[in-house]
Design a protein around this ligand. Structure first.
Ligand code: 4GY
Length: 226
């Protein structure tokens, strides 16, 4: 998989690049490029913002630099993603679907956003990582990329996807490591029993309990799209 990230702030991906690149290299099948939208500005001062028609506070990103930046990487196998609070709310199912594409292009928005026609022209998937507003699309792009890479073959070690939260529509069961007693609290006895059938049963019960407590919405019928 190839991922191109278009941003006015390429430096904000430095730490992300480090960690993701090292993981991606193990896979050998992932390439991530950070592209500076400003380099595509034709303005003599490399201006990349413009006022919104209809008035209102703040500026939008200029259309032309984003258009040219996308065009510079777009192929017939590309999917364009635009992280925005106005998008569909992201989940694990969408992560799996994005992981199937050969090429993803992320547009990181800034200021008050981008011209709606860019979304239409590129048939961009507008995706929200949650109901709050950030100052730019860089962090949500990192969130989406980090989570989808887990579904690209060979990025994760085998098996680690199977038992995690959401993989069965429930939150993950509680886990414990050494020592058996910590701060006076014992590890649940069943986990020390070696009885794998009992352990499996206990984990399922605990998954259900935690889901009821923290995410009752996941237990509602029709809401299980994983
Ligand atoms: N929430 N989910 C989000 C966000 C910041 C102005 C467009 C979110 O995805 N993105 O808050 N983004 C805005 C900032 C331009 C992106």
């Amino acid at each position: 998989m190839k991922i191109d990230i278009l941003t006015l702030f390429p430096e904000s991906f430095a730490p992300f690049k480090e960690s993701i690149i090292s993981r991606a290299q193990k896979a050998g099948t992932i390439e991530i490029n950070i592209i500076n939208i400003r380099e595509f500005s034709r303005d003599k001062h490399k201006k990349c913002d413009d006022a919104p028609f209809g008035g209102g506070a703040g500026m939008l990103m200029s259309v032309q630099p984003i258009f040219d930046a996308v065009k510079s990487v777009l192929t017939n196998k590309s999917k364009v993603v635009f992280p925005s609070p106005a998008g569909k709310v992201y989940n694990n199912k969408m992560a799996k679907e994005l992981a199937e594409f050969e090429h993803l292009i992320f547009i990181c928005g800034h200021y008050e956003g981008i011209d709606e026609r860019l979304i239409k022209i590129f048939d961009a998937e507008e995706i929200s990582i949650g109901d709050y507003v950030l100052t730019g699309g860089e962090i949500p792009s990192m969130v989406i990329i980090d989570s989808l890479l887990r579904f690209v073959p060979n990025v994760l070690k085998d098996g680690s996807l199977e038992e995690e939260s959401f993989s069965n529509g429930l939150l993950e069961y509680p886990q414990f490591t050494r020592p058996q007693v910590f701060e006076g609290m014992r590890v649940p006895e069943v986990l020390l029993s070696g009885n794998h059938a009992e352990i499996k049963k206990w984990r399922k019960q605990e998954s259900l309990k935690k889901t009821k407590r923290n995410r009752p919405d996941l237990l509602k019928e029709d809401r299980n799209e994983n």
